[in-house]
Design a protein around this ligand. Structure first.
Ligand code: FES
Length: 127
C-alpha cells in the first residue's frame, strides 16, 4: 500500500481492489488496515501539500488567521484539494518547531513567523 501511494500519491478504490485481489483478502479488510494508519490517503492530493500549524504556540501567534488566509486564497478547507490539483491543505497540531511560530509548511519547506501577507506571498510563489 505504501508503494502504491508513493506512485499515485493516494490509494484509489481500484488500487485497493487490486491489492485485495493480490493478497486474497476482501476490500474491506484492506480498507480496515489502511484507515487505521493516518499516512494513507484515499483522495488524490495536490501537487503541493500546504500544512498550517494550529498547535498552541502557533495558535496564540495568529495561526488561525494564517489558516483563514490560506483557505481563502486557495478556496479550500483542511482535508481538501484545489480543483486543479495544485494544492492540498492540512491542519497540523505541532511541527515541533514552536520557537518559529506561527509555522506553515509546503511539502518539506518550513516557513516560519508567518503573517497573513507572508502566507499569500508563499502561496503565490508556487503558482
Ligand atoms: S505549535 Fe506550531 S510548531 Fe509547535
Amino acid at each position: 500500500m505504501q508503494k502504491v501511494q508513493e506512485e499515485l500519491s493516494y490509494l484509489p478504490e481500484e488500487a485497493v481492489s487490486e491489492i485485495a485481489r493480490f493478497l486474497g483478502l476482501s476490500k474491506s479488510e484492506i480498507f480496515g488496515v489502511a484507515t487505521f494508519y493516518a499516512q494513507f490517503r484515499f483522495t488524490r492530493s495536490g501537487e503541493y501539500t500546504v500544512k498550517v500549524c494550529l498547535g498552541t504556540s502557533c495558535y496564540v501567534r495568529a495561526g488561525a488567521r494564517i489558516m483563514e488566509t490560506v483557505q481563502r486564497k486557495l478556496g479550500i478547507k483542511p482535508g481538501e484539494t484545489t480543483e486543479d490539483y495544485k494544492f492540498s491543505l492540512e491542519r497540523v497540531a505541532c511541527f515541533g518547531c514552536c520557537a518559529l511560530s506561527p509555522v506553515m509548511v509546503v511539502d518539506k519547506t518550513v516557513y516560519s513567523r508567518m503573517t497573513p501577507i507572508k502566507a499569500k506571498q508563499v502561496l503565490s510563489s508556487y503558482h
